[in-house]
Design a protein around this ligand. Sequence first.
Ligand SMILES: Nc1nc2c(ncn2[C@@H]2O[C@H](COP(=O)(O)OP(=O)(O)O)[C@@H](O)[C@H]2O)c(=O)[nH]1
Ligand SMILES: [Mg+2]
Length: 301
Amino acid sequence: MFKKIKELFKNFTSQLVETIKYKSLSDKDINEITEEFMLKLIEADVAYDVAELLTNNLRRRLQEIKIPRGINEEEFINKLLRESVYDILSRGRASIDLVNLAKERKPLKVIFMGVNGVGKTTTIAKVAYLLLKNSLKPVIVAADTFRAAAQEQLKKHSEVLGVPFIGGKYGADPAAVAYDGILYASKRGLDAVLIDTAGRMHVDIDLMNELKKVVRVSKPDLKVLILDALAGNDAIEQAKAFNESVGIDGVILTKVDADVKGGAALTVILGVNKPILYLGVGQKYEDLIPYDPEVILRLLF
Ligand SMILES: Nc1nc2c(ncn2[C@@H]2O[C@H](COP(=O)(O)OP(=O)(O)O)[C@@H](O)[C@H]2O)c(=O)[nH]1
Ligand SMILES: [Mg+2]
């Protein structure tokens, strides 16, 4: 993961170390080096705004700090870079812990939304698995009544996991299906209701209105937007649109493992400006890791 980005970070550090070997760092040097770094980030699929954010943070640090003589310069600069990245990563730190919330509320109602193919259904199965591992009982609800295959896919997961499943007939009102799922969980004292919704383009007004209705009826505790790391900047646009339309409480970023360069994933992580709950890092149930700036830092350096 983050292969290309890691390389860029390394090169940036060694370039700076090389420069300060022979002279002290002038503002001009700093500007040149950070500018070049920014362009490299963009080449590695980091979105312009995000590359700029990181570069500005870094430039400010470099200008403010005098690099002392006689220290390990490489370590020093690496630390500086880490701090810049950490600054931005921390903005996405989630104060929401899904597992703890499910322990507190009976049932915790979570609605999962997003564009087609981003990994909603797979992520719901992963979250169900996570709850089970914490001795919590979820019900999975397929409020995607648009595609028969979507119901089947979720049902299969529920069978493998041994979790109850509530679905609806083709064309049924998704809001009614979601409501059924909540009733089911309330009656049986289950811990969480995980509601899958149909994939929808954020620009499709009818489908967004339908989603608003599901939200009005089911009154979820959490509205979670699923974003595909590979979508990069487009994922940020999706987040903006869903946030304006129904509001989002948190994000789960999928397919982080599939982003070879790492720039697209980094773009979403640094640019989405919403709490990130988890990262999807594979297709297996256990491939869901809590978002933690420290963990990302370790992956990046
Ligand atoms: N590599 C990888 N693939 C994923 C991840 N999450 C989902 N997928 C795959 O993405 C595809 C679409 O997932 P699906 O859950 O059906 O998306 P949905 O249309 O949003 O419900 C499937 O092939 C999943 O296996 C992930 O974290 N990593
Ligand atoms: Mg689906």
